[in-house]
Design a protein around this ligand. Sequence first.
Ligand SMILES: [Zn+2]
Length: 256
Amino acid sequence: MNKIKRLSGGAFLLSAFVSLTASAETTGHGWAYEGEHGPAHWGSISKDFHTCESGRAESPIDIEKAKKASADMPRLKVNYRPLPIDIINTGHAVQFNATPGSDSITLGDQAYQLVQFHFHSPGEERFAGKDSVMDAHLVHRSEDGKLLVLAVQFQVGNQPNPVIQTMLDRIPKEKGAEFKVNAVMVNPLDLLPRQTSYYTYSGSLNTPPCSEGVTWIEFKQRVSITQQQLDAMQRFYHGNQRPVQALNGRDIWEVE
Ligand SMILES: [Zn+2]
């Protein structure tokens, strides 16, 4: 953290601050979503990013066909609780950091904690060739370091999304800046659809270093945001979408 600015004047800003973080993502090997540092070149920007090019189990993918999951496959259980606001403008996406704490989800017997969630517009996942206006990726880690991402697709409707609404006024405009306030909470549960049927497969991080072994869970039902919310989110990032990657014979499971 190289700079902390105190905000003043806002009634709710009792414990708020905006800081500039020197995270690897904002200062590291400059990758981008277009041009000479775009997705087609990620693998050659750094040897740490080699998997982006050579990987055989990369994400995102287009889900066209899935096999029905058997009854003994581990099922997802979500136990989210409200979290204080902590938003970073990473330079690649708007990201919400979760405070480390209790387990947020389980898959069978395996527990995971929510680490962060962030947004892509258009959405990266595709179902039968179609993407969505925006997606949320909720990134989780288990105690032994396994990663699991819950992916939610959005559609424009009349219902504003409460999490997006609470975040919108507080997203830092400056890249690398972070906004925290303990007095305002959001519940990540409000980002998930009511119907919890999903597709699941083994993939990767969608951004460099594109590491594999990530469990993806992609909800089938879309969540509503208003056009106004979408426009506001797109003013920060529009086009932060990695192209779909080859399936290379991987199985995709459908869980009802
Ligand atoms: Zn993502």
